[in-house]
Design a protein around this ligand. Sequence first.
Ligand code: ADP
Ligand code: MG
Length: 477
Amino acid sequence: MKVLLVGDGARENALADALANSPKGYRVFAVSSYVNPGIKEAVERTGGTYYIGKPTDPESVRQVIKAVNPDFGVIGPEDPLFNGVADEFRKEGIPVVGASKNCSTIEKSKVWMRELMWKYGIPGRLRFRAFSSVEEAAEFIKEYGGSVAVKPAEQVGGKGVKVVADLQAYLSKEKRIALSKGVSAIGSYAKGSVKIIIEEKVDGPEYTLHVLSDGNVTLPLPLAQDYKHAYLHSIGPETGGMGSISGPGKLLPFITDEEYERSYDIVRRTIQAIEDTFKEKYVGVISGQMMLTGLWGPTIIEYYSRLGDPEASAIIPRIKSDFGEVLELTATGHLAKAKLEVEEAPSVVRAVAPRGYPLNKEMASNKRIWLDLPKMRELGCKVYFGSVALEGNSLVTKGSRALELVAVQPFEEADKTLNKCFSLVSSEIPLIYRRDIGITIAEQVEKAEIVRFTYKNREARGLLGVSADWSPQGGLW
Ligand SMILES: Nc1ncnc2c1ncn2[C@@H]1O[C@H](COP(=O)(O)OP(=O)(O)O)[C@@H](O)[C@H]1O
Ligand SMILES: [Mg+2]
């Protein structure tokens, strides 16, 4: 059978590997915007063809679909989904793992997502206000007394474009003014008619639950957590994710089985709400980017309409059963037949990025990078290639996270393995690599215990999700 994979990063490298390693013997075809060496290897090993095109452009992908005539497709990133690439596959009669343009609104519009959660009364929802102008949003912040998170209303590639005010803003005039300046900065990223969303601020450990949906049946994957900040100790600008952890088992050390089930229930209800709204099946991946909070327990921060990157690199290598086949069953509506066996051992992923990432793309681009892949593999490390192109015989950075190093091992062991592997990577530019990923577990367990105590108490008193802040209008907003 032929499968066509769309996308070019480390997540797609992980997907390509899963498909290429399947006992079902798929021939892997792919379309990327540059030659990703990991995807190239999977394509060549299985006798497929590697197309260089525009994964985000439906027309460019349609031509590849026509040329390959695959039995099914798998779409990695969000932009192709937002642009209707999944719909192109379906128009050609090809089943695909990928949300339709409509269904991907759950990720694209944070306002639409919040409205949906309120309309359907889904637990884990936060109070919010949407604004069509930066001035209005800034005005609101000046008046409002609580703590808020301020974001562009639409996905703009995330990454450092929001302000989270963990200040009781009304205490100081200067802080309010600083925050309204932050809103103007966000305004420059905002698109569409609704520009800014302001949400009540919550606190607690974050985690991700990915769920596969074939339109009838859903299948939850093991939890993962990503580390967003650029530098050690979670400081520095927000990035697409500098690494992640998953496990042990289907959980994380700071999330209980009951919390996993509640999170799954939230995501399932959301899938139903999306399907009900569009009268369309949700076929693909949806992931709840969640926080365990004192307000609700499992709470939705945002949704993805695809696998997270680097979360996928932590999860996929832990799946012992045939994940390639699970993807086929998702695309074709037979997910009920899928088996998902997960390794008990956890995994740790650490990304390697060139200096300059994420704020200075030019500095981080076009730098040569070298690695001793056989030795790294020998040490027990998996390497997924991300934003790095094979140009002739050289690996050249493309401005984002170049590599993701993965170890499926107990956390302390993984730390040692990954550090050894990282010492086998070199570049003409200094590299960013977070050595603390996977070793700050105790802190997160502690943080979770605090919020767990709070939400359990609230629940006992029937106050789950109930909150009120001071506002000049009085009461709830
Ligand atoms: N309502 C909120 N309360 C507290 N922190 C938040 C809230 N919303 C977002 N954050 C923080 O900001 C980060 C980015 O916000 P998110 O909505 O995920 O936007 P992005 O599209 O940039 O990923 C989250 O991972 C979380 O740490
Ligand atoms: Mg996010």
